[in-house]
Design a protein around this ligand. Structure first.
Ligand code: PLZ
Length: 445
């Protein structure tokens, strides 16, 4: 008989400094072999992970408030994901859907049709990464409309490939030196309530006026938007902004593409963030949370648009890989059966009041915002609206040293973002939040 493996801890455990000696040793090896352009927020090397905890190679257990950037919504190594993936990987690993297809690709597309907003007939195409999904949504929009211009927003993030770099707003680190960029991309203002008191309708009017004056509606294939911006700073537009933009699109034969790669799959307390304002996109891009950590992405859209693409005009060797599809079906099952949209709302209900109470007593916090389990804290020089990326990274550094993985974001690098797995134990979340609150107090008073 083999001894059963020791149970991993179910709470934060710090046995060494963070990163510990084994992580530091691996990190030295890394420098000689991994390209330096690929960076890591916290060079703690992970041996195992479950739920909301990351167990490292030094025997430390860290609290995960990042979910690998909004991916492990169902928790790490969720049983609902692991079992079907194990089965699938033993049955067959790949045939290429474009050569000889298989059923679980269809099942993922059926789930996407049922879960994404809108009652219309839908079709999906599967890809490997978020950027690839966005690229394909743009291809589809251009071909289906016969138009070329794509409108994007200030602070937007859509990926790191050539086309998606052009769609992304921030230069350093994503774009600087990597041009030339793809043409026919136009940027308009985003509603950013913490920094702009105008209503959603007012900012939408300005954006629309720019499009109409500078491009003309009939040149525009699509407006592409994250319903709540992710990398750009967890910016939730003022109420009315998204519906006004979506309505203008409908009125002008322009496609409304929602990039729900970060906001999707229960993260914001609904299956998709567009639902908060009943916006129904023509095309929607998904990835990240869709498959519990396996690489999968999708474009889902109106059947008549998607089916306007000629045979073999879309695809890729690995798109909709059967193992990733098995993971997606398991993750979706977990989200549905465990009602993780509700879990996300409960996480928000726990975190927001505590963070808002802290903000009320600190003039270094401009704003605490978010929906469900997608929450941002924006830091400024005390009493001003000047972004303070230094204090933001000091707070993050203190959390990291204490075994709490948090991420930052924002055009100005001054937002701490919280993206816990939706299955995180309340005691673990509480402890992570307490560490964060103490770090904020330490660095802002
Ligand atoms: N669209 C809205 O959030 C990925 C990127 C991290 P990929 N965000 C995390 C980094 O620094 O590279 C993202 C997103 C939105 C598209 C993408 C791109 O998804 O799967 O990273 O290609």
């Amino acid at each position: 008989m083999t001894a059963s493996p020791p149970q991993a801890p179910t709470a934060r455990v710090l046995r060494t400094e963070i990163p510990g000696p084994h992580s530091r040793e691996l990190h030295r090896r890394r420098a000689a072999t991994v390209a330096s352009g690929v960076a890591s927020v916290l060079p703690v090397y992970i041996a195992e992970a479950a739920g909301g905890l990351l167990h490292d190679v030094d025997g430390n257990s860290l609290i995960d408030l990042g979910s690998g950037i909004a991916v492990t919504n169902v928790g790490n190594a969720a049983p609902e994901v692991v079992e079907p993936v194990r089965r699938q990987v033993a049955e067959f690993t790949h045939t290429c859907f474009m050569v000889t297809p298989y059923e679980n690709y269809l099942q993922v597309c059926e789930e996407l049709a049922a879960l994404t907003p809108g009652e219309h007939e839908k079709r999906s195409a599967l890809f490997n990464s978020g950027a690839e999904a966005v690229e394909n949504a743009v291809k589809i929009a251009r071909r289906a409309t016969g138009r070329q211009a794509i409108v994007v927003f200030d602070h937007a993030y859509h990926g790191r490939t050539n086309l998606t770099m052009a769609l992304t707003a921030k230069s350093v680190p994503y774009k600087h030196g990597f041009g030339p960029f793809a043409p026919e991309i136009y940027r308009v203002p985003m509603s950013y309530p913490a920094r702009d008191a105008r209503t959603g309708a007012q900012v939408a009017r300005e954006a629309i006026e720019r499009i109409e004056k500078q491009l003309g509606a009939d040149s525009v294939a699509a407006v592409l938007i994250e319903p709540i911006q992710g990398e750009g700073g967890f910016i939730e537009p003022a109420t009315g902004f998204l519906p006004a933009i979506a309505q203008w699109c409908t009125d002008n034969g322009v496609l409304f593409i929602a990039d729900e790669i970060q906001t999707g799959f229960c993260r914001t307390g609904e299956w998709f963030a567009c639902e908060h304002e009943d916006v129904v996109p023509d095309l929607i891009t998904t990835a990240k949370g869709i498959a519990g950590g396996l690489p999968l992405a999708a474009v889902t859209g109106r059947a008549e648009l998607m089916d306007a693409m000629p045979p073999s005009s879309l695809g890729g060797t690995y798109g909709g890989n059967p193992v990733a599809c098995a993971g997606a079906l398991g993750a979706i099952r977990a989200m549905r059966e465990r009602d993780l949209a509700r879990a996300a709302r409960a996480i928000g209900d726990l975190m927001l009041p505590r963070l808002r109470a802290l903000a009320a007593s600190s003039d270094a916090i401009l704003d605490v915002r978010g929906r469900g389990a997608m929450i941002g804290i924006e830091f400024v020089k005390p009493g001003t609206s000047e972004p303070d990326p230094e204090v933001t990274s000091r707070i993050a550094g203190t959390c990291h040293a204490q075994g709490v993985v948090i991420l930052t974001c924002g055009t100005y690098g001054n937002v701490i973002r919280l993206l816990p797995p939706l299955v995180i134990e309340q005691s673990v979340l509480d402890e992570g939040l307490a560490v964060l609150e103490a770090a904020i107090r330490e660095h802002t008073s």
